[in-house]
Design a protein around this ligand. Structure first.
Ligand code: NAD
Length: 506
C-alpha cells in the first residue's frame, strides 16, 4: 500500500511487472457515493491495455516459473498475502467503504473474508496434492491424473463486493498456478489495485498478476473474446454475463459465471411462535434485505411469509426499517450507506414506482431521506423500503432490484411457499424459517437455489461452494469446486512393459 501511495499519477494498470498509465492517457475520477465528489483517480484503460496485459500474462504462463513452482511455495505466497491483508486491514476496509459506499465495519469484515479466502486456498491446494493414481488393473501400467493450471485467466468483477469477489477468483487461480488479468468494476477499482500491490510485495513474479482498470464494453469485452485467454471468470449482472458467455463460446474458452439473484426468504408462522423466535426472524429479515443497502447478489429482497403472521411481522419489520441509521459509510455508527451510483438509485426508484403502480402498499421508505450532517444532499441515499401486498407478477418481485427494497408475499401451505420461492429465473440463494425440523429439511430439499439457509440468512463458508442454479450462473466459486475451476486434469498413462498390440497384421 505504501509503495502505491508514493507513486505519482493515476498508474492503476499493472502489466508485466510495470505500473502504467492508460495507452490513451485517459483517466477516470472515482466518486464517493456519500457526496458524489471525486476522491481518487485511475487510468481509464481500453482494448490496447487489455492486449498488453494479456500478452504479459501469456508470457509469464508460457515461459515463466509460476506454473511450475512447487505447490508448497505457491501456498506460502498466498499465506504471505493473507498476512499483508491483515496488516493493511484498516486502510483497505476504509477504502472499500469509501469506494462502494458500505459501512466501514462491513469494509473491515470484507477484508477479513478476503484474507480467509487466501488462507483457505493455500491449505486446500496443499491438501489436494499433485493428483491421484488410477488403478489400471495391471502391474504393467502406471496411470495418474494430475492437476495442471488452465493458463491465462481473465477475471471481471462487480462493484458491490469489489475485493471479496476478486479474491474468490485470484486466490484459487494463483494456488493452481495460473497467471491472470483482472478488470475490476470501473466504479470501484481501488482495493483491487491495492491488492495487486500486495501480491507484488509478497513476491509474485512479474507478469503473473495483471490489472487493467476501465469499462466493461471495451476492456471487459476484449478480455472475454481474447484468443490469448484460456478462461474467463465473470461476476456481475445477467446482461453483461450473457455477453461474456457468448464471447467465450466463440473463442472456445472456459467460462465461469456468477450472476444475479432474486432470493426468497420464507418465514413459517411456527418460527414466530415465541417472542425470541419472532424477534430473530424479523431481525434477520431486515439484515437479509437491507445490508449494504440491498446491493448484495444474495439479498433477501423477497419476503414470503405465512398469512397468519403477516400483519404482525410486516408491521414490526417496517418499524425497524424506518429506524435504520442512514449516512456516510465511513462514519462510525452509521448502519447503512448510500447506493453506489446515481444510476443505481434511479433504478431502485423506478422499481418502487412500478410496484406501487401495480398495487403494492408502501409500509416504509419509498423516498430519498432528508439530508443531514452525516447524509450530504448530493449523496445517493435511499430509504429502506418495505412494499406489502406484492405478487409474483410484479416487476419488482421478478427482477433483481439491487437496492434497499423488500417485497412481501404471503402463503397458506408448505407447497405454496415452495412454489413461490422457486418461481424465479434465478436460483442463487434462499432461506426457510421454521421451528419444525422435518419441514426445514423438506423445504430445503425442494428449493432450487445454490445456497439454502435454514433459520439464518447470508453466511457463507470458504469451504462450501457458492454459485447459482438457473440464470444465477454457471460453475461454482469457493470450496474444492472453486479450485477445480482453475485446473485442467491431465491423464498420464505409462506402459511399463510396452509390446506390439498387433491390431493390424502388418
Ligand atoms: P455489471 O454486469 O454491470 O458489471 C460487472 C462487471 O462486468 C464490471 O466490471 C463491468 O465493467 C463488466 N462488464 C460490463 N459489460 C461487459 C461486457 N460487455 N463484457 C465484459 N465485461 C463487462 O454488474 P454490476 O452492476 O457491477 O454488479 C451487480 C451485479 O453483480 C448484480 O446482478 C449482482 O447480483 C451480481 N453479483 C453476483 C454475485 C454472485 O456471487 N453471484 C456477487 C456479486 C455481484
Amino acid at each position: 500500500m505504501a509503495a502505491r501511495a508514493e507513486r505519482p499519477g493515476p498508474q492503476s494498470i499493472h502489466a508485466g511487472g510495470e505500473w502504467l498509465d492508460a495507452a490513451s492517457g485517459a483517466t477516470r475520477d472515482i466518486l464517493d457515493p456519500a457526496d458524489a465528489k471525486p476522491f481518487a483517480v485511475v487510468a481509464e484503460g481500453d482494448e490496447r491495455d487489455a492486449d498488453l496485459a494479456v500478452a504479459a500474462a501469456r508470457q509469464a504462463f508460457d515461459e515463466g516459473t509460476w506454473p511450475r513452482t512447487p505447490v508448497a511455495e505457491r501456498a506460502a505466497l498466498l499465506r504471505r498475502v493473507a498476512g499483508l491483508l491483515v496488516r493493511d486491514r484498516e486502510e483497505l476496509g476504509l477504502l472499500e467503504s469509501r469506494d462502494a459506499g458500505k459501512t466501514v465495519e462491513e469494509g473491515r469484515v470484507d477484508i477479513d473474508c478476503v484474507a480467509d479466502a487466501f488462507r483457505y486456498f493455500a491449505d486446500l491446494v496443499v491438501a489436494e496434492g499433485a493428483g491421484r493414481v488410477v488403478d489400471a488393473g495391471s502391474d504393467e501400467i502406471h496411470s495418474v491424473v494430475v492437476h495442471e493450471p488452465v493458463g491465462v485467466c481473465a477475471m471481471i468483477t462487480p462493484w458491490n463486493y469489489p475485493l471479496l469477489q476478486a479474491s474468490w477468483k485470484i486466490a484459487p487461480a494463483l494456488a493452481a498456478g495460473n497467471t491472470f488479468v483482472i478488470k475490476p468494476s470501473e466504479i470501484t477499482p481501488l482495493t483491487t489495485v491495492a491488492l495487486i500491490g500486495l501480491l507484488v510485495e509478497a513476491g509474485l513474479p512479474a507478469g503473473v498478476a495483471n490489472i487493467v482498470t476501465g469499462p466493461g464494453h471495451s476492456v471487459g469485452a476484449r478480455l472475454a473474446e481474447h484468443p490469448g485467454v484460456d478462461l474467463v471468470s465473470f461476476t456481475g449482472g445477467l446482461l453483461s454475463g450473457t455477453k461474456v458467455a457468448q464471447a467465450a463460446a466463440l473463442t472456445v474458452k472456459k467460462a465461469a459465471l456468477e450472476l444475479g439473484g432474486k432470493n426468497p426468504n420464507v418465514v413459517f408462522a411456527d418460527a414466530c411462535a415465541t417472542e425470541e423466535g419472532f424477534d430473530t426472524a424479523v431481525d434477520q429479515a431486515l439484515n437479509a434485505a437491507f445490508i449494504h443497502s440491498g446491493q448484495v447478489c444474495s439479498a433477501g429482497g423477497r419476503l414470503i411469509v405465512e398469512e397468519s403472521v403477516r400483519e404482525r411481522f410486516v408491521a414490526e419489520l417496517a418499524r425497524r426499517a424506518q429506524r435504520i441509521r442512514l449516512g456516510r459509510g465511513t462514519e462510525e455508527g452509521v448502519e447503512c450507506g448510500p447506493l453506489v451510483s446515481e444510476q443505481q438509485r434511479a433504478r431502485t426508484e423506478a422499481y418502487v414506482a412500478s410496484a406501487l403502480a401495480e398495487g403494492a402498499v408502501l409500509r416504509a421508505g419509498g423516498k430519498r431521506p432528508e439530508p443531514s450532517a452525516e447524509r450530504p444532499a448530493t449523496g445517493w441515499f435511499y430509504e429502506p423500503t418495505v412494499l406489502d401486498e406484492c405478487h409474483r407478477g410484479m416487476k419488482a418481485v421478478r427482477e433483481e432490484v439491487f437496492g434497499p427494497v423488500l417485497t412481501v408475499e404471503t402463503f397458506r401451505t408448505e407447497d405454496e411457499a415452495v412454489t413461490l420461492a422457486n418461481d424465479t429465473e434465478y436460483g442463487l440463494a434462499g432461506a426457510v424459517w421454521t421451528a419444525d425440523a422435518g419441514r426445514a429439511r423438506r423445504v430445503a430439499g425442494r428449493l432450487r437455489h445454490g445456497t439454502v439457509w435454514i433459520n439464518d440468512f447470508h453466511p457463507y463458508l470458504p469451504q462450501a461452494e457458492w454459485g447459482g442454479f438457473g440464470k444465477s450462473g454457471v460453475g461454482r466459486e469457493l470450496g474444492p469446486a472453486g479450485l477445480a475451476e482453475y485446473r485442467e486434469s491431465k491423464h498420464v498413462y505409462q506402459n511399463l512393459a510396452p509390446r506390439p498390440v498387433r491390431w493390424f497384421a502388418g
